[in-house]
Ligand binder design. Structure first.
Ligand SMILES: C[S@@+](CC[C@H](N)C(=O)[O-])C[C@H]1O[C@@H](n2cnc3c(N)ncnc32)[C@H](O)[C@@H]1O
Length: 322
């Protein structure tokens, strides 16, 4: 097989339509043909999208400031460890050299078996595979991915598994009755959070992502799935698997509920702007903006502006304490 599309087409031919989480898993993470596993770099100008991690050095310096604050909150433990979950290109590493820093991603890196410190993630949860439910004329069905005319298409499948009934009911109650709804089921979220929390003996999980609280879901009757390619949003997430990113907004209310069920204590969900302001304010952003010359100073001020005003109100940050 030469591509994720060929693999998925063969799987559907042999077994019939597949859950969307299976489609997304292969499209993004197949060891050879997955979008995030292939040699092509998806990040930055020549790729498909930017994350805050490409705004260096300012983002890295502010995250380092956060880590110093968190280390102090833990009483300066001798071995304070940072584990970055879903590190992507790894741009943060050079800004975290004052700490023991472990970077892991799908198929590479690992966390120490037990540690005190911080598990950090930026845009991890929005990249986790989800399933999809359609509610039409009052009937909720799992939507599967099938094949038609040489392409991938949505096809209604079996009823929604029992474990998701309460979730679906809560979401359905947000919308006027009778409206057709498409809802993503965050089927990998709890296990991923549990894996992040497991080796952490004492400390924090800090995560930055874009998403919504349950009341805000009213804005998305057709769900939040989206693909990105060459810096353009693409609505057809079934197109060209392996060649474009696929994301789903993070359901923060559910993330908080999962955290509580794992014994983690949530702090309030805040905007990225507020999170970065709290990181930079103690020295009035002096260390984040330290530059060798005027040209560099201007570049760094523009980075800070992009972080605070470009991404800052879209992205949110939540911290959990263990
Ligand atoms: C949108 S990218 C963000 C990368 C980086 N944090 C940044 O800010 O540029 C999402 C990353 O999460 C990784 N990822 C997805 N699921 C993961 C998992 N279960 N464990 C570790 N990394 C994962 C992907 O491979 C990808 O590198």
């Amino acid at each position: 097989m030469r591509s994720a599309a060929e693999l998925l087409a063969a799987e559907i031919r042999d077994q019939g339509p597949i859950p969307f989480s299976r489609f997304m898993e292969t499209a993004l993470y197949h060891p050879e043909h997955g979008y995030y596993r292939s040699p092509r770099d998806p990040f930055g100008t020549a790729g498909d999208f930017y994350t805050a991690s490409q705004l260096q050095p300012v983002f890295g310096r502010l995250i380092a400031a956060v880590m110093h604050q968190r280390r102090a909150e833990l009483g300066d433990p001798e071995r304070f460890i940072i584990v970055e979950w879903g590190a992507g290109r790894g741009e943060l590493a050079e800004h975290l050299t004052a700490f023991h820093h472990y970077a892991l991603d799908v198929g590479r890196g690992s966390a120490p078996p037990r540690f005190e410190g911080v598990v950090f993630s930026n845009e991890l949860f929005d990249a986790l595979p989800v399933d999809v439910v359609r509610i039409q004329d009052g009937v909720a069905s799992l939507m599967l991915v099938g094949r038609q005319d040489g392409g991938f298409v949505w096809t209604p499948g079996p009823p929604v598994p029992e474990e998701w009934h309460a979730y679906i009911e809560r979401v359905r109650a947000i919308f006027p009755p009778g409206e057709e709804l498409w809802i993503e089921l965050p089927v990998r979220l709890r296990d991923t959070l549990a894996a992040m929390a497991a080796p952490l003996e004492r400390g924090f999980i800090i995560t930055i992502d874009y998403g919504y609280t349950e009341p805000e879901l009213i804005r998305f009757p057709r769900g939040t799935l989206m693909s990105y390619r060459r810096h353009r949003a693409v609505e057809d997430v079934l197109r060209d698997p392996g060649e474009q990113d696929i994301t789903a907004h993070v359901p923060f209310t559910h993330l908080e509920a999962c955290a509580a069920s794992l014994g983690l204590v949530s702090s309030p969900l805040i905007t990225l702007t507020r999170f970065l302001m709290e990181a930079g304010e103690p020295d009035q952003f002096a260390s984040a903006l330290a530059a060798a010359d005027e040209h560099e100073a201007l570049r760094l001020r523009l980075q800070l502006k992009s972080l605070l005003f470009g991404m800052g109100e879209t992205f949110r940050c939540i911290a959990f304490r263990k």
